[in-house]
Design a binder for this molecule. Structure first.
Ligand SMILES: Cc1cc2nc3c(=O)[nH]c(=O)nc-3n(C[C@H](O)[C@H](O)[C@H](O)COP(=O)(O)O)c2cc1C
Length: 182
């Protein structure tokens, strides 16, 4: 698959088969995250891979409620990866304070995309998830309260008939300009 094909094929997958994900594939995805760039090469991330069914079910339950139910599909995913934001290197923290930037937040986003693209290349579906009960998941997975959870990513095989959707995006001329902001 070419890079263009890969980024077109990656989409948020919200339907999963109960089929388990092979450990080698999970480790290959971890390798892709390992290669992601980060501010000052801080690599401020840890991935907790949740595939134990009862625990996974509890983590899934922490992503939706009666009133906010759009993440209910997460219960179907055989794997949920939890991306924890680790403390960045001192130089990154100093730079972030001076420049008023939260570099680790960007880093975790890039890591999530590496995760998602590698998974797509391996024939797996993912959905990046930013809506969850952080405290609940910290407790379930023994994540210290001082460690922020950046994102969750669901991982699994989607049904054969799960279609590649047309990407819904702003008109492309609204997202760039040459030489001056407009
Ligand atoms: C930071 C972030 C948080 C997201 N949170 C959720 C979420 O909680 N639930 C969900 O179903 N999708 C979530 N998404 C997926 C987006 O809705 C999706 O990427 C976007 O609509 C574009 O669709 P596509 O991924 O299929 O191209 C999130 C994506 C990102 C990058």
């Amino acid at each position: 698959m070419s890079f263009s094909e890969l980024i077109n094929k990656r989409q948020s997958v919200r339907k999963y088969l109960p089929r388990p994900v092979e450990k080698e594939k999970i480790l290959k995805i971890v390798e892709a995250v390992h290669l992601a760039p980060s501010a000052c090469n801080s690599q401020p991330w840890k991935i907790v891979i949740v595939d134990e069914p009862d625990l996974k079910s509890e983590v899934a339950k922490a992503t939706f409620s009666k009133s906010v139910s759009f993440n209910k599909f997460i219960q179907e995913a055989p794997v949920i990866a939890v991306l924890v934001i680790e403390k960045a290197r001192l130089i990154t923290r100093i730079g972030g304070t001076i420049k008023n930037q939260e570099y680790p937040q960007y880093d975790i986003g890039i890591a999530a995309e590496h995760f998602s693209l590698q998974a797509t290349d391996l024939g797996l579906g993912t959905c990046i998830v930013g809506w969850f009960d952080e405290k609940k998941i910290q407790q379930l997975l023994n994540i210290p309260a001082k460690r922020k959870i950046g994102l969750l990513i669901t991982l699994g095989y989607s049904p054969e008939d799960y279609k590649l959707r047309k990407k819904i995006r702003k008109p492309i001329d609204q997202i760039y300009s040459f030489n001056s902001y407009s």
